[in-house]
Ligand binder design. Structure first.
Ligand code: UDP
Length: 412
């Protein structure tokens, strides 16, 4: 359940509140619609949950619409996702047709609200074709890409770029992801909600009850990776790193994740992870329901070290969540993880399972550095990656788009 804006004053201070309210006053009453492809599971849903509440709170008439898709559609869009993140995937004419047809069905339902809005935010590729299907749109349309699109597989990007080009602006999480597009591009990294069930402080009793529920040993170090079961999150690489570390330290590992309704690959990857875990009683592979926010919160707090060994990552909210809980993160040296993990300060960037194992061993050997880095990590998130900064940047870019600014790449 998202909180009203005033609830964050205790975390970020009164000046930030005033700035947001002032920006909101300039946009009051505008009709804003966000569209994505799932209401739960994954980072986009996590962000939209609070963003809708806060945009409404500062005076915008904001709606969140979710497109409906079939299994073949989500298989195609997962291929888009994989292709944009650099994997060579083949898409047939039929696949592109499936994509178009499902967007068309959704356009029939959503056209009145979308064409009438002053601002429409379309998140990721799944609903990107809606722009062509709303020819009488009155407002400005912004495409928000959440994934690492720095080195896309070109046949896929070529197909999607045809839609992306039609937008009035686009948003990427970092400069490396920006693309040659004929409109202003804004750079806005994501953020977390410090008061959500996922991140709010928990009592020691609640944390301990999660430890008991999953049979975790309080006397041995715990490594945790929370992620959808997705190959780019490299859960099998995490198991390899754990095995290296086990040769010298009796660590335990939690790999926890659930599915997202727009990600059909999860089941297969989950099976691969179970096979790699090979019934090791110290590897806890947990398939969590979509509302397991407090459980994830507790697991992140129980961890000595959090891992996010992705080989591609748009941003990695799980990294931000862990840093906020004062945990150093061993993260894949890729995408948005590079914005968050700073070697020897907030964690370590790694490229291989061996590299991850090396850094885990280093931290376990220098135990006093864990809380020291954890403190830096929390301060770093407070400074850069809380939702109030994110909201401010969205409000600023909305003003800029509505006023027709024509710069090409804008860091707000
Ligand atoms: N998450 C969750 N349940 C899971 C796995 C992940 O609630 O089983 C959350 C996680 O805590 C984070 C988001 O989903 O808030 C994942 O965002 P991230 O940017 O790390 O990755 P994405 O899934 O968007 O690629």
């Amino acid at each position: 359940m998202s909180q009203p804006l005033g609830a964050y004053e205790g975390v970020v201070g009164g000046a930030v509140m005033r700035q947001l309210r002032n920006l909101g006053d300039k946009l009051k009453g505008l009709r804003v619609v966000h569209v994505n492809s799932t209401r739960e599971g994954g980072g986009v849903a996590e962000i939209l949950d609070w963003m809708i509440t806060l945009m409404r709170d500062v005076g915008l008439d904001t709606a969140w619409e979710v497109i409906h898709g079939t299994t073949p559609f989500f298989e195609v869009t997962k291929s888009f996702h994989n292709g944009l993140q650099g994997k060579a995937v083949y898409l047939s004419q039929k696949d592109w047709r499936t994509y178009w047809d499902v967007n068309q069905e959704n356009a029939e339902r959503l056209r009145p609200i979308l064409e009438d809005a002053h601002l429409v935010f379309i998140h990721d590729p799944q609903p990107a074709a809606l722009i062509e299907l709303c020819p009488n749109r009155k407002g400005k349309w912004i495409w928000r890409a959440h994934i690492d699109i720095s080195r896309p597989y070109h046949p896929v990007w070529r197909g999607l770029r045809a839609y992306a080009e039609k937008y009035d602006a686009s948003i990427f999480s970092m400069a490396e992801f920006a693309q040659p597009l004929p409109h202003p591009q804004f750079l806005v990294p994501p953020s977390i909600d410090p008061l959500s069930d996922k991140n709010v402080d928990l009592t020691p009793a609640e944390i301990e009850s999660v430890r008991g529920e999953y049979g975790l040993d309080p006397d041995r170090p715990l490594l945790v990776q929370i992620s959808r079961f997705d190959r780019f999150k490299d859960p099998v690489g995490v198991i390899q790193a754990y095995r290296e570390v086990r040769k010298v330290s009796p660590v335990q590992l939690v790999l926890a994740g659930g599915g997202a309704t727009d990600d059909p690959e999860g089941k297969q990857i989950f099976e691969e992870v179970l096979e790699a875990a090979d019934k090791d009683p110290d590897i806890h592979v947990l398939l969590l329901p979509p509302n397991a926010h407090r459980t994830i919160n507790a697991l992140q707090r129980l961890a000595d070290i959090v891992i996010q060994k992705s080989t591609k990552e748009g941003f990695g909210l799980t990294v931000t969540e862990a840093l906020w809980k004062g945990k150093p993160v061993i993260g894949g040296d890729t995408g948005g993880i590079r914005l968050q993990v700073i070697n020897y300060y907030t964690g370590f960037l790694v490229n291989t399972p061996e590299g991850a194992a090396h850094r885990i061993r280093w931290l376990l050997h220098h135990r006093d550095r864990i809380p020291e880095m954890g403190k830096v990590a929390r301060d770093y998130v407070r400074e850069y990656y809380l939702l109030t900064r994110h909201l401010r940047e969205y409000l600023t870019l909305m003003l800029s788009v509505l006023s027709g600014v024509q710069h090409r790449v804008i860091q707000v």
